[in-house]
Write a protein that binds this ligand. Structure first.
Ligand code: ATP
Ligand code: MG
Length: 139
């Protein structure tokens, strides 16, 4: 399978508890190349734009509040089968259902404060990468 790109976020809960280094290490150990990385804070409106597909979900307001509550690390990852493999490494959305060895099992507190984000398909990966990275910022 050919090389694929996906988009990831280390969410405010994980940055706050100093799990960034461990998560980056898990990413490298799993064979991903980090081709873009930046630490930043987003405001409420920027979080709403990013999560626009979830606008009708009951947890939308709370999710956008959380995602703009502190620094995040945005990542562009590359590897064969990157989208599915990154979601596998993240583990289930609810850490109570996450498998051993996954990032959410290790670092997530609950279904909302769940440490990491990952694109779920090729079109969302393209949108999400372009939301945070210009082409010239990717290596
Ligand atoms: P992500 O999109 O962040 O990679 P995901 O694809 O596993 O996670 P989604 O269904 O896309 O899960 O939900 C997006 C995010 O919204 C979740 O990661 C979580 O932070 C939050 N979320 C999802 N379901 C709930 C819920 N029932 N209550 C509160 N927050 C939720
Ligand atoms: Mg999702």
């Amino acid at each position: 399978m050919k090389s694929q790109r996906t988009f990831a976020i280390i969410k405010p809960d994980a940055v706050k508890k100093n799990a960034t280094g461990d998560i980056l290490n898990m990413i490298h150990t799993a064979g991903f190349r980090i081709i873009g990385m930046r630490m930043l804070e987003i405001n409420r409106e920027q979080a709403e734009g990013f999560y626009a597909v979830h606008a009708e979900r009951p947890f939308f307001a709370s999710l956008c509040e959380f995602m703009s509550s502190g620094p995040i690390v945005v990542l562009a990852l590359e590897k064969e089968n990157a989208i599915a493999d990154w979601r596998k490494l993240m583990g289930a959305t609810n850490p109570a259902n996450a498998e051993a060895g996954t990032i959410r099992k290790k670092h997530a507190a609950n279904i909302e404060h769940n440490a990491v984000h990952g694109s779920d398909a090729e079109d969302t990966a393209r949108f999400e990468l372009s939301y945070f990275f210009a082409g010239y910022e990717l290596f």
